[in-house]
Design a protein around this ligand. Structure first.
Ligand code: 5GP
Ligand code: ZN
Length: 109
């Protein structure tokens, strides 16, 4: 847990989010500024700043995030969709707690 991390606060329940899924390792919630009709984030509960910090130790967690994204996309009725992980400021990352974006279903309302 990092005290000034917005996603750690969502994990801790101290700021609200529209949750789609939660277990002991990961949480999924709708993005607050959706880029598509359906846009949600898969977030590990552990505070890991970027994909660059990940090692073989995180392999199962990263795989779990991808498969959970696919499962939740199907549950949201998405036939096709994009998955994106921005890495580092130069890669467009704004929240430095790793997360997988899943979005699709046409333009945001
Ligand atoms: P990044 O650019 O780091 O890959 O994406 C961060 C994403 O987190 C953005 O799409 C942004 O809209 C979303 N986001 C930032 N703050 C919050 C928040 O407090 N709640 C939710 N649900 N999403 C957030
Ligand atoms: Zn965090």
């Amino acid at each position: 847990m990092s005290a000034d991390c917005i996603f750690c606060k969502i994990v801790a329940g101290t700021i609200p989010a529209k949750l789609l899924y939660e277990d002991d390792e990961v949480i999924a919630f709708h993005d607050i500024r959706p880029l598509a009709r359906v846009h949600f984030l898969i977030v590990p509960k552990a505070h890991i700043e970027t994909l660059k910090e990940c090692t073989a130790e995180h392999q199962a967690l990263l795989g779990k995030m991808m498969l959970l994204g696919a499962k939740l996309a199907a549950e949201q009725g998405l036939v096709g969709y994009k998955t994106v992980m921005n890495v580092g400021r130069e890669g467009g990352q704004e929240v430095f707690h790793i997360h997988l974006h899943v979005f699709g279903g046409g333009p945001a309302a």
